[in-house]
Design a protein around this ligand. Sequence first.
Ligand code: EPU
Length: 417
Amino acid sequence: MEKIVIQGGKELTGSIKISGAKNSAVALIPAAILCDEISTIDNVPEITDRDALIEIIELLNGKVQIENNKMQIDASNLENKVIKEELSSKLRASYYFMGALLGKFKHVEIYFPGGCNIGKRKIDFHLKGFEALGATITEDQDKYIIHAEELKGNKIYLDFASVGATINIMLASVKAKGKTVINNAAKEPEIVNVATFLNNMGAKIIGAGTSRITIEGVEFLHSSFIEVIPDRIEAGTYIILGALLGKNLIIENVIKEHLISLISKLQEIGVDLKIEENNIILNKVEKLKPFNITTLIYPGFPTDLAQPISVLMTQCEGMSILEETIYSNRMGQVPFLNQMGSNIEIKNQTAYIKGKTMLFGNDVVASDLRAGASLVIAGLIASGTTKITEISHILRGYEHIIEKLANVGADIKIIEE
Ligand code: EPU
């Protein structure tokens, strides 16, 4: 079994370059099949979620070429096939093939998506959106059959500003007849990245990044280029780490506007953080004030950074409170942090974190992607050895995490045990 092994307590110095955003790349890759020619996506992170999506495109007879982080997808001979459970269940983002195949062929057969077990993750808003465009949906065990004789633009209101539903409805409607309006759309930067890619293909999308997106259907989507935006969650994870262990640790390739909620909070509690054009430089300080966070949709504090920031809270002097509002089960790191010496109590979806506590290395389990990232941070600040199992969750979302951390002085490696 593969394990990450960390000897904690090492200062981190040097530079970490942020990769392309996982949650953009996993939508851009399925979006590329809407194009009838060759599309190029640059800055794609080398993560296992990428590989799972390539497998699906190849099943559909698409051709994929990758050189460094540049990916070319040739969808000119795409065939519509059932996306089997063994492929769809590898990741959440397999659901973007629903919108993309519906938009392209007006017919999709796909099994329920997988992804981290962080609570109920329904897709009812996606399905309601497809229905509003004229599709009928049949659920056969865990398989969805989505079919439309014709896709027609419509006005859609999302009960919750869901990232996945917003992107999926954009994908399904770019070639629909007439105008689609998504009201209460999600505003995350990843949505803007996907809309820009589709517009580069000839789509007519206005308003991405606001809560009202308008899509005027077009008939043909031509070859296109896009660069994946830097990963704000990966950046946030390393910024948090720098606050705890940095000695002039430079986090490079950051779009600081995407991280305002994190940066402002860190400045408020006394983190030594310097902001340059595209870099953030961190130095460890001895005393940090306790603080409270409630996760929210963008531009609020991102749920994906709640687990990493819970580790920082264990190092603040006093009681910090972390309320998770997006997912019902996103505290998988807490029992393991407590095993390492933290003092965290959970009531409903709120963690009460009493600091400052010393952390000690232990054997822990990465129950999901961001829980795994938070255990890496905990292992790096703890004294002694931490061994993390179920590391496939971590490798799904953080490009070259071991190399990036080892390069700045961390004692971290993967072993087979
Ligand atoms: N929801 C519904 N019905 C729907 C869609 C969503 O009830 O049809 C609920 C979900 O159950 C959840 C909430 O709405 O409680 C948020 O869901 P959203 O659709 O916004 O999230 P997502 O698209 O499934 C993406 C990211 C997540 C990230 C969220 C929020 C991908 C593949 N996943 O998920 O990333 O937490 O947006 O920003 O893009 C991660 O990277 O660790 C991760 C979980």
